[in-house]
Design a protein around this ligand. Structure first.
Ligand code: ADP
Ligand code: MG
Length: 374
């Protein structure tokens, strides 16, 4: 059992009656101070971490304590605790790769206020600070080659990349444009057996990491960004990078093919800050905010219901999980429920100036039993 009372993802005893095993792992990652924060004398560090515990201390001395599966410290190497990109990848994403090869669907989300390190964690920065998506793809092809060589398994890998902006789904890899020059909006449909899918979505079969790298670069370029009062480059959209891994093995003695397909979704969520703080000016921006919150809110509800179900070892079956309340959760339905593994990285700022957002990120209902001693 992990400290927040939720199962670790490798706890095999959690299968419910239908053989479903879904569990949620939650990690907190604090980013270092930025240049401007370092130069500002009024900026104070309010976050500290010890083991799996994250502590936030208010100006009035109130201490808020949270316990999750992982706490990633990232101030400086002098602390001896620096959590770089490789460590975060190894702890959080690599286990999902093994799960994917076992046939589980997986989701990994970065959640937090704008500027707290979501994109840094999920995508990375430049050639040095490579994030989870490129590392995952590199490892995936390495593992795929091993499986081909050792187990004689046929493997195919297919990718797609979408953005959900204002509850509208855009294909980040598609080349089609409307007359206005805008990308067309795609819709989620639900197949009676295969579940929800995005109609008309571009998917690519990829054979090497170099193949994927090109598509990632293209997708990142197409991501819609809009300036907010907090951070010019901040993205107000959710991006979902999906990998479909299909493994086929021919059973010699049976003479037929046996295949398993698993989906891996790596998601960079929109900034979680409240509208007021992002200095919303126009009605358009307000609507965006309302929709973004709707997706985040629904995701929070879905994940907390799923973790509640899994914490009870499947004894209680929650039947009405509101996947269809937002496009994000609808699209990810098959990868959140059923046989699946979900990992959340809550990214936070270390500074006193962001304490309210930090607390609200840490209280986001990822986990049912986290400690917050107010
Ligand atoms: P978000 O996507 O949440 O809006 P970013 O990932 O763009 O935030 O991060 C904001 C800034 O902080 C970037 O300049 C990034 O380089 C820096 N940063 C974020 N997290 C880290 C980290 N863990 N280590 C070093 N720098 C980080
Ligand atoms: Mg970002």
């Amino acid at each position: 059992k992990s400290q927040n009372g939720l199962p670790f993802s490798d706890n095999a005893s959690l299968e419910d009656k239908e053989g479903n095993d879904n569990s949620v792992t939650v990690a907190v990652r604090v980013r270092p101070f930025g240049q401007r924060e370092l130069a500002d004398k009024a900026v104070r560090r309010v976050v500290s971490m010890c083991g799996n515990e994250t502590t936030v201390t208010s100006d009035n001395g109130t201490i808020h304590r949270f316990a999750y599966d992982f706490s990633f410290w990232s101030f400086d190497s002098e602390n001896g605790d620096f959590a770089g990109q490789e460590l975060v990848y190894n702890r959080l994403a690599q286990p999902l790769l093994s799960r994917a090869f076992e046939g589980y669907n997986t989701c990994l989300f970065a959640y937090g206020q704008t500027g707290s390190g979501k994109s840094y964690s999920i995508m990375g920065q430049g050639n040095e600070k490579v994030g989870i998506i490129p590392r995952f793809c590199k490892d995936l092809f390495f593992s795929a080659q091993q499986a081909r060589d050792i187990k004689q398994v046929k493997i195919s890998v297919e990718i797609s990349f979408v953005e959900i902006y204002n509850e509208k789904i855009h294909d980040l890899l598609g080349s089609s444009k409307e007359k206005s020059g805008k990308k067309p909006t795609l819709k989620v449909r639900e197949h009676p057996e295969l579940g929800p899918y995005v109609e008309g979505l571009t998917t690519f079969v990829v054979n090497s990491f170099e193949d994927v790298e090109g598509w990632i670069t293209l997708g990142n370029k197409s991501r819609a960004t809009a300036a907010t009062g907090m951070n010019d480059k901040s993205s107000r959209s959710h991006s979902v990078f999906t990998i479909v891994l299909a493994q086929t093995k021919t059973e010699m003695w049976e003479g037929h093919d046996h295949s398993i397909t698993s989906k891996i979704n790596l998601v960079d969520l929109a900034g979680s800050e409240r509208q007021s703080q992002a200095m919303t000016i126009s009605g358009e921006r307000l609507r965006e905010g309302a929709n973004i919150n709707k997706s985040l809110l629904t995701l929070g509800i879905v994940i907390s219901l799923l973790s509640e179900q899994s914490a009870q070892n499947g004894r209680k079956k929650i039947t009405c999980i509101p996947y269809r309340d937002s496009n994000l959760t609808w699209l990810l339905k098959e990868s959140l429920g059923g046989n699946s593994k979900t990992t959340m990285i809550a990214t936070i700022s270390p500074a006193n100036s962001h304490i309210e957002e930090t607390l609200s990120t840490l209280r986001y209902p990822f986990c049912v039993n986290c400690i917050d001693k107010l």
